[in-house]
Each structure stands twice: as structure tokens, then as C-alpha cells.
Design a protein around this ligand. Sequence first.
Ligand code: BEZ
Length: 197
Amino acid sequence: MQGMSANTNTIAVNKTMDLFDDHDSVWLFGYGSLIYKADFPYIERRPASITGWTRRFWQGSHDHRGTPEAPGRVVTIIEEADAICHGMAYLVTPEEFAHLDYREKNGYLRLPIAIHFDDGREVTGLVYIATEDNTAFLGAASEQEIARHIARSAGPSGPNSDYLNHLAVALREMGKSDPHVFEIERHLAALSTSALE
Ligand code: BEZ
């Protein structure tokens, strides 16, 4: 994000994103744990996608799937022309963002985004994104390296491998594909099989 310094407090920055504050409800696009874990009240939930963005396990997690000393790896979205990122959209009241800003305080900013539903309808909503200049950003690595990293990581929300596996299962149940996620899932499964041998 332009102008976001390494030490930016994302809760404070997100509070200034008041574009939808006078709306009764706002669509939030989820592409990570929000796909399978909605620990907040919502009015409606629908499979959806965004274009021009791809999901990547490039964000460090200090507070959910890792620790400050040994961060885990969780998803963010990276701009990529023509890419489609499938996820789940939730219609929520603007008040829910205080809870979500806290839950996603480890580097995620809320951004306006065009959300596409499967019936062809498009709405402007919000998405949480962790950009390269946040302190927890880890960046690119091969799917095999990412699987090794995930296999050894855990944090207050549980093993990093649960996060990856729940995400892969949820995408498959929605009938959606994500080669990056599914390849990491395959490497992770091979690692646990080889550990048993
Ligand atoms: C998501 O599922 O969209 C998400 C979850 C946590 C942080 C950022 C995004």
C-alpha cells in the first residue's frame, strides 16, 4: 500500500476507511480463513470472486498460525492481470469491521474492491489485504518451501497446517480450483506421509 510505513497500526488506518460507514450493510470478500470461518454475524453469505488478484501464502502470521519468533504463513492477495480469486462474500453491518480489524490486525488493510457473484451481479465491497510493505510480509517462495514452513508452524489459533487444509477443503467443496493452494496441500500431505515412514 502506498505510503504505509513498516510500523503502521492497521487498526487505526482501517478506522479511517469510512467509505461505507453510512451504509446499512456492506459486502466483505473473504479469500482465506473467512471462507471457512465466519465468527461474526452476517446477513447473507454467497460464493464470489474478484478479478486481477491471486491468492498467495506470502503473509507471515505472528498472532494466529505462528508467533513473533516463528511466524506461520497465511494468505494475502497479489495483483496479477487476468487472475481470478474465488472466495466467499458476506453481507455485514459496518459495525462488524471493528471486530474484523482487530482479528486481522497483523498487517491487513481494508480496501474497496469489485466483487462478482456467480449470477453475474457485481457490487463494490471490501477486502482485507496485506501488502508487501507490512512488517509481517514474507513474500514469494516455492510451493514446496511454503509447505515445509507451514508443517513446522503453529500459533494461538492452532497448527498452520489446519489453516491450509481447511482452506483447500472449503475451495474444493465450493467447486473452485486454486493451483497454488492445492499444490501446497499436496506437498504438505507428502511431508506428513514421509514423517510416518
Ligand atoms: C480472508 O479470508 O479474506 C482474510 C482473512 C484474514 C485476513 C485477511 C483476509
